[in-house]
Design a binder for this molecule. Structure first.
Ligand code: GLN
Length: 434
């Protein structure tokens, strides 16, 4: 038997045994078809760069013939009629798509609990939230159901579940990866990115899916991702008041070791207006989400969204419909865009002074299912991930250890288009953690 055939069989076995508990996959491709495709890949003389990788996909990304349900009743019967650009690129490099993954409904959420198909359990911490919205993407990798997965990140949806499940997650710079074939939450913030067990796997997939695409005019050409020298770099540490102090301590220990080894130096930095990130993000998301979902009117795409979606989606649609009213003349949306620009400029200024910024991925550690949590606390989960989306820069969450058995993630953030530098720094951090 060949490599991919072996792998697919082993993955199908674990999925059969454990997916009932974890609920990461919503749809797994037909076994016969998968094995036939695996055999074909194994027999190819000239193999692509993703040969040997079995990949899961978040259910808001189109894979021809599979369900892009967005974990919602609204699109539960929607089978994608075409491949998203990221999927065609993965297939062209011999990656094997195994199935579609659970998520918070329409990628709106923080914990992985708003999927209409049920919550996703955290394989690294059973009985606890996996984080959202790309809950299945992080859980599938952590559970050993596939090698790599794709998620989408509008305000933290790749990095938050990656952090909670103890795996690596990358939010590429805005425009680094094509959004063609992604069912959008907020088109000016969304990016597709990889979740993987280690930085080098994430980097490989990122390198395959990146680059200009005529079907998404926001995309830009970029050089291949390669290792860069990381000696004698400078960094700044950013946090917010809500952060669990133990997370900061753990990050400080890692940074001290890295600084010793690589002669890094810390500079004091201050990112103005970072405290406005959450208030700025939501009016943008509400407005763009409301606009994007107008075609889900029960005629062409699925059911009418207002009649079929869950509470969090309806809350955002109500907000979006209200602030988009003609009498407001777009003032809330425009005001939010002005602040977005301020935050973006501020990151550009600071990233002109230091090579990279370090932040906790989340202020808190994952909690047990059933824990009573206020809406304010939920919103605060993204306090340190949303700024990266508003600023359009790249960010990676790296697992750095555990506190009370709970995984902890640390973010490395670099300027727009500086993915090679970010990946190189992340690889150094990963070595120090191991
Ligand atoms: N938790 C954020 C939200 O609910 C982020 C979602 C995302 O990145 N898709 O909007």
């Amino acid at each position: 038997m060949g490599l991919v055939e072996d792998k697919v069989k082993a993955y199908l076995n674990s999925i059969k045994k454990y997916n009932k508990i974890i609920n990461a996959f919503l749809e797994v491709r037909n076994e016969k078809e998968l094995i036939a495709e695996a055999k074909l890949l194994d027999s190819k003389e000239k193999k692509g760069r993703l040969y040997g990788y079995v990949i899961g996909v978040k259910s808001n990304i189109c894979v021809k013939g599979l369900h892009a349900s967005c974990a919602s009743k609204t699109l539960e019967d929607y089978q994608a009629p075409y491949d998203a650009t990221v999927i065609s690129r993965i297939k062209a490099e011999d990656g094997l798509i195994i199935g579609m993954l659970n998520c918070d409904e329409f990628a709106c959420g923080w914990t992985g609990e708003t999927s209409v198909f049920g919550r996703t359990d955290n394989p690294s911490l059973p009985g606890h939230i996996s984080g959202g919205s790309s809950s299945g993407s992080a859980a599938s990798v952590a559970a050993g159901f596939c090698d790599i997965s794709l998620g989408s990140d509008t305000g933290g949806s790749i990095r938050v579940p990656a952090s909670f499940c103890g795996v690596v997650g990358v939010k590429p710079s805005y425009g680094f990866v094509s959004r063609y074939g992604l069912i959008d939450l907020s088109m000016s913030l969304d990016q597709i990115g990889p979740i993987a067990k280690n930085v080098s796997d994430a980097s490989l997939v990122l390198d395959v899916i990146k680059g200009k695409d005529d079907r998404d005019t926001t995309t830009f050409e970029s050089k291949p991702i390669k290792n860069e020298k990381t000696n004698r770099m400078s960094f700044g540490l950013v946090s917010v008041p809500q952060v669990d102090i133990r997370i900061i301590d753990m990050i400080a220990t890692i940074l001290a070791k890295a600084s010793d080894k690589l002669k890094w130096s810390e500079k004091k930095i201050n990112i103005k207006n970072i405290d406005l990130a959450i208030q700025t993000y939501h009016p943008i998301v509400w407005t763009e989400f409301f606009s994007a979902t107008r075609r889900m009117d029960g005629r062409r795409f699925g059911k009418k969204i207002e009649d079929s979606a869950g509470e969090e989606v309806l809350r955002r649609l109500a907000g979006g419909s209200e602030i988009s009213k003609a009498e407001f003349e777009g003032q809330y949306y425009h005001k939010a865009l002005v602040v977005k620009e301020l935050i973006k400029k501020e990151f550009e200024r600071v990233l002109g002074e230091v090579d990279f910024i370090v932040m906790p991925t989340t202020p808190f550690l994952p909690w047990k299912f059933g824990t009573k949590v206020s809406l304010e606390k939920l919103y605060a989960i993204d306090a340190l991930t949303i700024p990266g989306n508003l600023a359009e820069i790249c960010a990676i969450s790296i697992p750095i250890g555990k506190i009370d058995g709970k995984p902890v993630g640390m973010q490395v953030v670099c300027s727009k288009g500086h993915e090679s530098k970010m990946i190189s720094i992340a690889k150094e951090i990963e070595k120090i953690v191991q």
